[in-house]
Ligand binder design. Sequence first.
Ligand code: SAM
Ligand code: SF4
Length: 340
Amino acid sequence: MPATPEVATPLIDAHGRTVSYLRLSVTDRCDLRCSYCMPERMKFLPKKDILSLEELETVAGIFIDLGVRKIRLTGGEPLMRKNIMHLIKALGRRLDGGGLNELSLSTNATQLARFAEPLAEAGVQRVNVSLDSLRPERYAEITRWGKLDAVLHGLEAAKRAGLKIKINCVVLKSFNEDEVDDLLRWCAMEDFDLVFIEVMPMGDLGAQTRFEQFLSLQKLEEKIDADWGLIALPDNTGGPSRYYRVQRLGSRIGFISPLSHRFCALCNRVRLTCTGTLFTCLGQEGNKDLRAPLRSPHDPITATREAIFAALASKPEGHVFLIQKDRVQETNRHMNTTGG
Ligand code: SAM
Ligand code: SF4
């Protein structure tokens, strides 16, 4: 593999953490309305504020030149963005010696059947597919109208195209906790990694709703350990997931549990919204606009770099999420806006 270029000024925050991972949201729009992610009548960002594909490519390039080695495209639903393959192909050209080590995608997989092959050809190695239930009626309920079949076809196509697949499952109290064993068996059989995610209080859905949705993954982890046997793995993405080998299935699973298990000390990532707002923490409001510097008539690259460094200097030590019966501390923005 060609050597990764040296970085003159790496992205190091005030807490000594090196940022090497960018989550890049390419749209806040989505063809589904997962009930923990956004309300049914979601108000989307004004189209005029959304960065063009060329601007997204430029800003991603600036991050790569500053030491970002891993980019995950997200949204909203990234495959709903018109002409998204233009951006993906351009970023794919930064793999293999162009500074980028990994290009991946978070997707709900409704469009994956037609995109799997071109994604693999462009250099995407892995897709993280959001799937909270294997039961068609339940899947339709949680997504408000999604069709499970479309997702399963998408997954088959992704497998055929040679993409590695990780299933992201948000576990909700009294909704899908009873499917955990089915999901474990199914993912092991299909050779998919599986990550259970704790619901996060992002965007107003009503404090009561959040409390009713929330299930601490700590107990779930203990139960899976007792039933299936978990061996901790050293795999660390510099992020929130803790990974295990499932002894009785041979598969790999992870847990993202920001509320029951704080993960911030190793955080290596930042998130850019599709309107060019840089969030250095998923669970805080602090942000920096990169759209204005990107559009600056005078040396936009330098202006954008400076804005990125300024944002990094104030990257918070950790999130402030809280979900209790009588109190919820949440972000004002929904997950689809920030880019999950
Ligand atoms: N549409 C794509 C998808 O669903 O994978 C990408 C964007 S989605 C916002 C990214 C991830 O965020 C999904 O796995 C989704 O389940 C998760 N997510 C959305 N809202 C969440 C919340 N409030 N708490 C925890 N995870 C959430
Ligand atoms: Fe859309 Fe993903 Fe949010 Fe579901 S989780 S509504 S698929 S953006």
